[in-house]
Design a protein around this ligand. Sequence first.
Ligand SMILES: NC(=O)c1ccc[n+]([C@@H]2O[C@H](COP(=O)([O-])OP(=O)(O)OC[C@H]3O[C@@H](n4cnc5c(N)ncnc54)[C@H](OP(=O)(O)O)[C@@H]3O)[C@@H](O)[C@H]2O)c1
Length: 426
Amino acid sequence: MKIGLLGCGTVGSALVSLLDQEGERLAYLLGEPLELGRILVRDPEKERSWPIPASLLTTQLSDVIDDAEIGLVVELLGPGEFALAAIRAALRAEKSVVTANKEILSTHFPELELAAEAANRDIFFEAAVAGGIPLIRALRVSLFGERLSRIVGIVNGTTNYILTKMQEEHLSLEVALGEAQQLGYAEADPSGDLSGRDAASKLAIIASIAFGSHVDVEDVKVDGIWGVTPSDVDFAARSGGVIKLLAQAERDADIPDAPIRVEVFPAIVMSTHPLASVRGSFNAVFVEGSAVGQLMFSGPGAGGLPTASAVLADVIDAVKNLRNSTRAPMRVTEGTHFVDDSTVEAVFALSMEVVDAPGVLAQVSEVFGQHGVSIARMEQDELGAELAHLVFLTHRTRLSAMKATIAGLAGLDVIARLHQILRVLE
Ligand SMILES: NC(=O)c1ccc[n+]([C@@H]2O[C@H](COP(=O)([O-])OP(=O)(O)OC[C@H]3O[C@@H](n4cnc5c(N)ncnc54)[C@H](OP(=O)(O)O)[C@@H]3O)[C@@H](O)[C@H]2O)c1
């Protein structure tokens, strides 16, 4: 079986290294060798992290798509229209596709699955979510018979690295981000990670597969970590937890076609929860099923070799299916219903800087009361410059009441700065 590889950067080069190093063993186990046919790149002269025979390199997509010996195309080009066009062309040419492209899958999954079905070929994408963790395969194969109620996880290694540094070394977000950029964990433009958009793309794919119902990235309610401060991190620690950027998909497993809730948000995760111990750039996903109970998957969420390992697993599955003239369908229904925001309930933490004067605390507390938000705990410390820092922890309350409270607080003259709202993972 010949493989056409689109892109030979971080993940593509690592995949070639795995095919070279593990080729003999895999050929024995599979009963046939996995051979690279052509490799599409932008610049054939570029130095690669693994030696690539020049004869395999091409800059023409058609050299891959029109090659009848290539039965499987691995797309590792990165975001953009070209990668989408390449996947469509490969499926039209009746080649199976393996991709790591979360941007494309989180918006075009139903269309591409239909195209794969029409071609009687597979489209696999284990590496698009949580790098080396075999999560998608677990959801679509091992847990296929489960009624899943909740998937909550840390699926963005960059923000987890930054939050871990803030927590363990008392750094500001800006300094921790600078370190992450120096070490290559964060890109020069970190907005996709810090805004929560990257996690939302991955959550859309996870939820679609877990619930068999199409979730687009635009359906995900997203709040990133831009506003998390060292004082929020300290408050979380004093409360017995750590701040994490969580991606959560929920549905009532007992009601057929129940609406889905998909959100990315910063939360205080109590240290008793398994997600609290996930440090640095690692990813982890916690899954709750009707029969299996609770499961936790964790591991490296990115990096050339871990991601290439997930791609290789898909390649092996796709090759087996091609040989048996079969495919693995991943049906998702359209017209997904989503939970109305106003019904969402949680415990929240909200901190703020206020004028340090008599009567201020009463004014602030009154706004919470006006919106029916009951306060479980409050902390106050001096900030100097006639300012005080207040943190409120609520009892379980509606998100809509919390939003109304924040709008009310924003109108008070005595408030110098409102921090980002944090949810508490119970
Ligand atoms: N890196 C990770 O840790 C990681 C983790 C999970 C998922 N992924 C996903 O894996 C995919 C690949 O990521 P990567 O980090 O390997 O990307 P990368 O290092 O930027 O490599 C991209 C490759 O695609 C080639 N390419 C891009 N546009 C092209 C075009 N128009 N024509 C021909 N070749 C083109 C580049 O060619 P040149 O080399 O000649 O420039 C390069 O070889 C992405 O979808 C990414 O989201 C990556």
